[in-house]
Ligand binder design. Structure first.
Ligand SMILES: Nc1nc2c(ncn2[C@@H]2O[C@H](COP(=O)(O)OP(=O)(O)OP(=O)(O)O)[C@@H](O)[C@H]2O)c(=O)[nH]1
Ligand SMILES: [Mg+2]
Length: 379
């Protein structure tokens, strides 16, 4: 029996995780019978090895989830197939995964490969690329400066160019006129690719998206997207990845409102980035309390408001906090910014913090790709 598989791509913070959860719920609403397991499952994919906000957050939804961490699904086909099979065995008819938000290549490295190597095993649903209307301003004719490096334009364009369906997300943030202008621009730029619009947050357009993807199949034909070029390397080289898990406790054991700690921590990282004249296309944080209590918040750039998808309902004396950043910043600078932000919350809220896990790497950093064997000396 074949399993339906689809990828949701899109730039950092464009709403992939939010959309996958909303889509899964919409498809389940029509396919899942009373008492049956979920018909949809999600694979959260990330370049970081551990402690991923998206995976923790998705686990709070009513949809089964697996994670593929430490590499892009483009380069771990067998692992991907293993995870899809596992989720299908547990009852999923449709498995949806994302790829890291700076990633391009899901078409050539996943769809085309699956079609060739596992011809009857998967029904490949359209490769959906999400685009956030604010980021789109970067490639609109006026080429608005949204404080991201010039090189990011290449990634945004390449991601759109490989899609079977382009979906303008976050339409709750723009008026009808801007939405129609954005859709017209995308249609003119990519005349062969169908375009839809949604708001993953309000749910508008999600049922139409579910109808579309269930009724269409992926083209899965290779396209040249310019990923072997210097432009692609230059874009990747701008990025750093940061994941940390730490345990923060109030020194006297008093219960405190950790929502305020989280807000101060995120704002301190934002201030550090502004001072360093750098940016963070997505900074996200997750911390779980008891039972279903959790806090999740994000900013999708230093100029954006802090968004809480959920706040803690209860005070705690200690809590484990997971923070992930995908920044346009040198990795060592970003690491220093987080240390300063931790010092600030420790002083302000009388906390002590134990760091449990940190990874912090730039794409082009020495030592990243060769098993840690990089070394240097001056003779
Ligand atoms: N206003 C609005 N915000 C949205 C919408 N969809 C997602 N967001 C918010 O945008 C931020 C990023 O959303 P995610 O779903 O985490 O984005 P992502 O593409 O998975 O991010 P990465 O995995 O880091 O690349 C979060 O604060 C979401 O709540 C939407 O339709 N409208
Ligand atoms: Mg995500």
């Amino acid at each position: 029996m074949s399993t339906k598989y689809m990828i949701v791509s899109g730039f950092l913070g464009s709403g992939k995780t939010t959309t996958m959860i909303a889509l899964a719920r919409a498809v389940n609403a029509r396919m899942q019978g009373e008492g049956e397991p979920s018909k949809v499952a999600i694979i959260a994919n990330d370049l970081g090895a551990k402690n991923l906000v998206d995976a923790d957050y998705t686990r709070t939804a009513d949809v089964p989830i697996d994670e593929i961490a430490g590499d892009c699904i483009c380069y771990v086909t067998e692992d991907l197939v293993y995870h899809i099979n596992r989720l299908a065995d547990a009852g999923a008819d449709l498995v949806v995964s994302d790829i890291p938000g700076c990633g391009v290549g899901a078409l050539n490295h996943v769809y085309v490969v699956l079609k060739e190597q596992y011809p009857d095993r998967f029904d490949l649903l359209p490769l959906v690329c999400l685009v956030d209307p604010i980021r789109l301003r970067m490639i609109l004719p006026q080429k608005e400066d949204i404080n991201l490096p010039e090189e990011m334009r290449f990634l945004l364009n390449a991601q759109l160019a490989e899609a079977d369906l382009i979906v303008l997300n976050k339409c709750d943030l723009i008026d009808d006129e801007e939405r129609e202008a954005d859709l017209a621009f995308i249609r003119a730029a990519y005349p062969d690719i169908p375009v839809m619009w949604i708001s993953a947050r309000t749910g508008e357009g999600i049922n139409e998206l579910a109808d579309y993807v269930l009724a269409h199949e992926a083209a899965a034909k290779p396209r040249d997207l310019g990923t072997d070029t210097e432009e692609f390397d230059a874009a990747e080289a701008q990025m750093c990845w940061y994941n940390r898990r730490f345990f923060a406790e109030e020194r006297t054991g008093a219960d405190i409102d950790f929502n305020v700690v989280v807000e101060d921590f995120m704002e301190a990282i934002r201030d550090g980035l502004i001072e360093a004249r750098r940016n963070v296309p997505h900074l996200k944080l997750f911390a779980a309390g008891v039972g279903e209590d959790f806090v999740k918040c994000s900013i999708v750039g230093v100029d954006y408001d802090l968004e809480f998808e959920r706040k803690l309902q209860q005070d705690y004396s200690g809590i484990a906090i997971v923070v992930n950043a995908r920044a346009t910043c040198e990795s060592d600078t970003f690491g220093d910014i987080v240390e300063d932000a931790m010092d600030a919350i420790k002083a302000k809220h009388n906390l002590k913090c134990r760091v449990i896990f940190t990874e912090c790497f730039g794409f082009a950093d020495e030592g990243r790709r060769n098993g840690g064997r990089a070394s240097r000396y001056s003779a």
